[in-house]
Ligand binder design. Structure first.
Ligand SMILES: Cc1cc2nc3c(=O)[nH]c(=O)nc-3n(C[C@H](O)[C@H](O)[C@H](O)COP(=O)(O)OP(=O)(O)OC[C@H]3O[C@@H](n4cnc5c(N)ncnc54)[C@H](O)[C@@H]3O)c2cc1C
Ligand code: SF4
Length: 338
């Protein structure tokens, strides 16, 4: 493990100043992702800035009926909060579907959405990986693609030697629920505070696979806001994985149904939590029968690009995510199925 300097600033302003002053610095929250990467040599910072004790550990009511989750609240704390369980069950379910009790006790609201991909080549420093080492290539193309993207990728078989190739997915369950909830991210950076809509926090690969989010260097998440849902809203999270516990999503679905509107966010299919905007538009105001939902998902997935690879690639995700959306909306609207 490469040696690094460790800073324990007095407050968030100092933390941001410290991080911004060193181009190769990172924030440390629960450490459940970052510490693994430090040990593996995936992350090689000069400076680690500890923010565990600096951002809020409180969950507070907002005047508009929403909730503010301080960045240092733990995944366990948020999942157990009675307000979250009652009014945003999709978030509690997503959190409880992730990792294990011990990990959720340490993992934080700020760190969870910023965890890095679980692409096996990303954490194997002996292999080329544009996300870990820009310009080195992408070992996943034609390799082990079971956990990789089918949406938002540029072509059916990208060039593994091109510097902009990356077919990784974002692994967070919490992030998929936050995308469906239209959460807002409060950020403090060297240039002050700003609010980032959660659906815009994560990026598609574009020209730079090394960047997962739109955050600039030195920007710290201080809180995430959950807006109120309409009265009578129902929400749920469904995750499909290779084993029942301690596994990342092959695909996942966060859905919210309210007032003739349906919101659908997909996990495990793209470089970012994927809002199924096309399917949502088709389903607006319609009865959510299995047939209607499957047809809307066919439109949503019209541009999907299954990747070939070891173990038959990841084409199975396309029917699987459709069935998972159908099952989730069936659960939320049993009256539409009769
Ligand atoms: C065995 C195992 C199984 C897991 N299974 C799942 C799973 O099924 N589903 C799932 O969703 N997750 C899973 N996880 C991942 C886990 O949820 C994340 O590691 C955790 O949520 C990260 O939060 P943290 O506070 O520990 O972040 P850290 O590890 O401290 O940091 C993660 C990243 O976020 C940055 N960061 C942290 N806080 C801030 C902040 N406030 N502002 C800006 N940047 C910040 C750090 O610099 C770092 O880059 C698993 C992890 C392990 C080890
Ligand atoms: S998919 Fe992305 S993270 Fe995985 S090897 Fe390719 S560039 Fe690296």
């Amino acid at each position: 493990m490469k040696p690094f300097a460790f800073a324990r600033p007095a407050d968030v302003a100092e933390a941001v100043r410290d991080a911004a002053a060193e181009p190769n610095s990172v924030f440390l929250a629960g450490g459940t992702n970052l510490v693994d990467h430090l040990k593996l040599g995936v992350a090689t910072p000069e400076l680690v800035v500890d923010v565990r004790q600096l951002t809020s550990r409180e969950i507070t009511d907002s005047p508009d009926g929403g909730l503010r989750l301080g960045a240092a609240t733990t995944n366990s704390q948020v999942a157990a909060d009675p307000r979250v369980r009652e009014r945003w069950p999709v978030l509690a379910q997503a959190l409880l579907s992730g990792a294990t009790g011990q990990l959720r006790n340490a993992a934080t609201t700020g760190g969870n959405p910023l965890q890095r991909t679980r692409c096996v080549y990303f954490s194997d420093v002996t292999t080329p990986c544009n996300k870990r080492e820009p310009g080195s290539g992408c070992s996943a193309v034609g390799g082990y693609t079971r956990y990789h993207a089918v949406l938002g990728t540029p072509s059916a078989l990208p060039d593994p030697t091109a510097p902009d190739t990356c077919i990784a997915t974002h692994p967070s369950d919490m992030a998929v629920a936050l995308a469906a909830l239209d959460a807002q991210v409060q950020v403090l950076g060297p240039d002050g505070e700003r609010t980032v809509p959660f659906v815009e926090l994560h990026r598609l690969v574009g020209a730079d696979p090394s960047r997962d989010t739109v955050l600039e260097h030195g920007e710290l998440i201080t809180a995430i806001d959950l807006p109120a849902l309409p009265a009578g809203a129902r929400s749920a999270y469904r995750k499909v994985r290779d084993r029942a516990s301690y596994a990342f999503a092959l695909v996942s679905v966060a859905a919210v149904v309210a007032d003739g509107e349906v919101r659908i966010a997909l996990g495990g299919v793209a470089h970012k939590p994927w809002r199924a905007a096309r399917a949502e538009e088709i389903l607006r105001g319609t009865e959510l029968t299995e047939h209607a939902v499957a047809a809307a998902m066919a439109a949503e997935l019209a541009t999907a690009q299954p990747q070939p690879g070891i173990d038959a690639g990841n084409g199975f995700k396309i029917p699987l995510v459709t069935r998972t959306v159908v099952a989730t909306l069936r659960q939320l609207t049993p009256e539409a199925q009769s």
